[in-house]
Ligand binder design. Structure first.
Ligand SMILES: Cc1ncc(COP(=O)(O)O)c(C=O)c1O
Length: 390
């Protein structure tokens, strides 16, 4: 069995990388370790690179439709990972999940309609509906004994006839929360009863840690299946965000007809050669790489957790169940958010996501991307310790 090397440090500066080449613009300086936006610094796996190179070797890149092998790779992968039987008719390519959310809002809601999100949450969930003139309602997650939970009572109190959509993050970013089946069944029941469509963003699903079970929202009950759109992608998992390779899964025929017709009318469901090739390779050959990558990320998480406990006990790691984004609770530092950000950027020279972008509930938090070689964290954490203890 091949052992993949996640320790390799690859220079990404100078590749128009959002993560590495936008530091000056976004953080005001260039000399920072980049630990923010959600892509990983690992080499994209060899089987994806090989498939792309083989396709390039053909040297003709004309119009290309989604081949059967693309759909088969998705249906087989989804069945294998989640025991979810998805006929190919349910699937359409979409050019990114955030764009998918915007298309769905455009398709199923009107300006002035209300959209529910559950902060602290991935910030485009607020930005996209607001940019489209929809009203965003917050149903903040509740911290109960150090764990986030959905607040169903508050959720129901928000729902009225103008409330049309709930955007679910499953697993939830930030925090890496894996929602259990009972939670999703209850959510599905409430949303169905109030006529609120669920858009389930499951981009982090494949990176659930052992011991946790990811249930695709549409698979948890009949009420969920008939009232949801699910968006998935290999892009986070296999580090191919720049290839743009997401897809929608819509079990309900009425929703599907409407949404796929919307996409078709605008040619938004047409992927690129590289998206089809990379997705097929990822899902055909990716299981072993994914297993090893997750182990590496879990070891990184344990390393960060231990380091903080020993050297910066005022900062605590939210216990992630998935993905490579750690939610750091810095409230015990007792700094204002501006001071907290300044501590990370100016004193420690680290670029993390400011917790506040995920909502007011993120104040006092920072999001740390640990999808990187251990050596990067071995530099970052002592720098942080020094800054905190100064
Ligand atoms: C929850 C979530 N959804 C969507 C995205 C972005 O997906 P895409 O690039 O396909 O729009 C991210 C990236 O960080 C994410 O964390």
């Amino acid at each position: 069995m091949r052992q993949y090397d996640f320790d390799e440090v690859i220079e990404r500066k100078g590749t128009s990388s959002v993560k590495h080449d936008k530091l000056k613009l976004l953080f005001g300086r260039d000399d920072l370790l980049s630990l923010w936006v959600a892509d990983m610094d690992f080499r994209t796996p060899d089987f994806i690179v090989k498939a792309l190179k083989e396709r390039c070797d053909h040297e003709v890149f004309g119009y290309t439709f989604a081949p059967d092998s693309y759909f088969e790779s998705i249906t087989t992968w989804v069945q294998y990972r989640y025991h979810w039987k998805v006929p190919r008719e349910w699937i359409s390519y979409i050019p990114g999940i955030v764009r998918g959310v915007s298309f769905a809002l455009d398709c199923f809601t009107q300006p002035g309609d209300k959209v529910i999100i559950q902060p602290p949450v991935y910030h485009p969930f607020r930005l996209v509906p607001e940019a489209l003139g929809r009203e965003v309602l917050d149903n903040p997650l509740r911290l109960v004994n150090g764990r986030y939970e959905m607040d169903f009572e508050h959720l129901e109190s928000l729902m009225d006839e103008r409330c049309k959509v709930l955007i679910l993050c499953s697993p939830h970013n930030p925090g890496g929360i894996v929602w259990n089946k009972d939670t999703l069944i209850r959510l599905a029941e409430i949303c169905h009863r109030h006529g609120v469509l669920v858009i389930s963003d499951e981009i982090h699903a494949e990176m659930v840690f052992p011991g946790n079970t990811q249930s695709p929202f549409a698979s948890v009950s009949e009420l969920a299946a008939v009232n949801s759109l699910t968006f998935m992608a290999p892009s986070k998992t296999f580090n191919i965000a720049g290839i743009v390779s997401s897809y929608a899964v819509v079990p309900d025929p009425v929703l599907r007809e409407k949404f796929f017709a919307y996409l078709q009318a605008r040619e938004l469901g047409e992927g690129t050669i590289f998206a089809y090739t990379a997705t097929t390779a990822a899902y055909t050959y990716g299981a072993e790489w994914l297993q090893q990558m997750r182990q590496y990320v879990i070891a990184n998480m344990n390393y960060v957790d231990e380091y903080l406990k020993n050297h910066i006990p005022q900062i605590k790691v939210y216990p992630a169940q998935a993905s490579f984004l750690l939610w750091l609770d810095c409230r015990e530092l007792k700094l204002s958010q501006e001071e907290l950000v300044r501590l990370f950027v100016e004193d420690a020279r680290l670029a993390l996501n400011d917790g506040r972008i995920f909502g007011a509930e993120g104040v006092g938090y920072m999001r740390l991307n640990i999808g990187c070689p251990r050596a990067v964290l071995e530099k970052a954490l002592p720098a942080l310790a020094q800054a905190v203890n100064k």
